[in-house]
Design a protein around this ligand. Sequence first.
Ligand code: DUC
Ligand code: ZN
Ligand code: ZN
Ligand code: ZN
Length: 486
Amino acid sequence: MTKVIKGGTIVTADRSWKADVLIEGETIRAIGENLSGDEVIDASEAYVIPGGIDPHTHLEMPFMGTRAAETFTSGTFAAAAGGTTMLVDFVLPGPDGSLLNAIEDWNGRALPQISVDLGYHMAITGWSEQIHAEMPEVVKRGVNTFKHFMAYKGALMVEDDEMFASFQRCAELGALPLVHAENGDLVAALQEKYMAAGTTGPEGHAYSRPPEVEGEAANRAIMIADAAGVPLYIVHVSCEQAHEAIRRARQKGMRVYGEPLIQHLVLDEREYFHADWEHAARRVMSPPFRDRGHQDSLWAGLAAGSLQVVATDHAAFTTEQKRMGLKGFPSIPNGTGGLEDRLAVLWSKGVESGRLTPEEFVAVTSTNIAKILNVYPRKGAIVEGADADLVVWDPKLSKTITAATQKSIIDYNVFEGIEVSAQPRYTLSRGDVVWAHGQNSQPQPGRGRFIPRPAFPSAHKALSAWKSLNSPRRIERDPQNIPSGV
Ligand code: DUC
Ligand code: ZN
Ligand code: ZN
Ligand code: ZN
């Protein structure tokens, strides 16, 4: 059984050209002119792009005394509707501290529900012999990334010594560490200060997490990664201070990657000063939205290549859950949604405005992260042999974003009222149509698959060669944990 996507313009991270795509089963079989297949998918007057990869979601995550309301069923269907064909979700260890049990927990809930493909990052929320011992098996199971929270003191936060131990372990195993860069001690002190002064509303959230808190942590994480001899990926980069730290590190030859979120690119801090408490509380996430200057920095970084990925940190709580914070902003569950709207909003605010080229759009929504996470070219590419994760992207299919028609099960949308100029006409996941605009598509729980991501080559050899020189000048290092070409 073959399908042919006909009449479109293929856009990859490298170039755009008119060609048909022949799909056999789950795989791209051929790319060329005048191809034919058993079934034709019309791409005339549209682009054909690699399915979006959202590398940062928290579906059903237990957090801040509740659990994120977006399920794997609703979340992966919303992703398909928005042109995203793979999510990477964060696995959090439970009270027993076991990483392997946490994977079993996630598998048990996620795998029966997912419509599109899924990968995992593993959270390291402390340090122990057990964690040291379990990390190799986590990597063997296809999870080559470990996430560290530098904030959420008293809950998920790791201390510097714990982070350093884990980063060194990542280096040994050929894994890539990730950080949530905010100084948790400063956040806790500032929360106390603003609450004591009577600033208990959502604006206190913004005041208690200023850009300095993020910039300090980003710099610290970069230095710790350099000391451990391992690359680093910084999630939800929201401000110039963190972006600057990444630019500086990259210029010195360190492999540091930065991920802005679509929310930070288009929404600003005024949201927290809205007269309606619910409006503001629904937009409480960490880091908070910033002002226009920071937004411009993030857009510039995407164009310049100092920031590589646009994600969502989709952690969606209902209005009812947000009301847990009526007694004070520190208790508002942190998180917003966006996985359904990421591509359309980025296209409309980025490509339509001329800030990004269509090729850059593909790079930052799919190809770059596929390389960074070591699933390229199975994902993130339109080449023979790749998974047929493809979107027929219609640049003339406009809509106004509204919670009333979204596939996400949350009762609001932080992008409510934004006009987008483009949407998927079709979304294909490994050759199956999982979304067809205007055709009453439904979730397909259980058809999505876990996608294992192998380790990068070990860093051990290069690390010791480099450290033994103990010189401030860089020497040539062997390739280590290195994604290619980003
Ligand atoms: N930030 C959020 O807003 N929600 C989930 C976790 C995080 O770091
Ligand atoms: Zn060790
Ligand atoms: Zn985070
Ligand atoms: Zn997150």
